[in-house]
Design a binder for this molecule. Structure first.
Ligand code: 5GP
Length: 181
């Protein structure tokens, strides 16, 4: 049966995203110098962003994946976070760069940072493509930010709506869904 696709209003086109991600990569390359980095990709939403960002970082690095699921309604999180896939290797003495798609309430990132600290890395920095400051419930450190966006539910470039839309090359907002909560 055909699936109804929600109406999506474009917010950030592919070219704009690519340009900003290249700048973020340059900045990260400068800041980390010759250090060996571990890029920690938060699945699933950041897989597209991470693929583009790591190629813009001109440093030796390893890539690890962590899967997180935050429970909630279709378009908002409750703050209850579960690790669905854990990192295979110890992170002690690593310079970890967390690569996240979006910081919304901040609850997921807050949980992740607290969890990572118990693994005794040398440092933790956070790169997120998107940030919705209007929805913030907890302060989280963001070292590298792609774009600040309004309080809209967004899809595309890795971000989904009920599992779909991750393959859209741009980022758009669901029409009629600026609420959430
Ligand atoms: P938090 O509210 O804990 O900061 O965000 C939790 C997670 O909800 C994010 O990592 C992301 O996976 C998802 N999320 C938050 N806002 C959006 C959004 O606008 N679009 C999509 N597709 N996912 C979102």
């Amino acid at each position: 049966m055909a699936r109804l696709t929600p109406e999506i209003e474009p917010l950030l086109d592919a070219e704009t995203i690519a340009g900003r991600v290249r700048e973020m990569g340059r900045q990260i390359s400068e800041d980390f110098g010759a250090k060996n980095l571990t890029a920690l990709v938060v699945l699933k939403g950041s897989f597209v962003f991470a693929a583009e960002l790591v190629r813009a970082i001109d440093l030796p690095l390893t890539v690890e994946f962590i899967g997180l699921r935050s429970y909630g309604s279709r378009t908002s999180t409750s703050g209850v976070v579960e690790i669905t896939l854990d990192v295979k290797y110890p992170l002690n003495n690593c310079d970890v760069l967390v690569i996240e798609d979006i910081v919304d309430t901040g609850l997921t990132m807050d949980y992740l940072i607290k969890n990572l600290k118990t693994r005794l890395p040398s440092s933790i920095r956070v790169a997120t493509l998107l940030h919705k400051p209007a929805r913030s419930k907890v302060e989280v450190p963001i070292d590298y930010l792609g774009f600040t966006i309004p309080d809209r539910f967004v899809v595309g470039y890795g971000l989904d709506y009920e599992g779909y839309g991750r393959n859209l090359p741009y980022i758009g907002a669901l029409v009629g869904d600026s609420k959430v909560d």
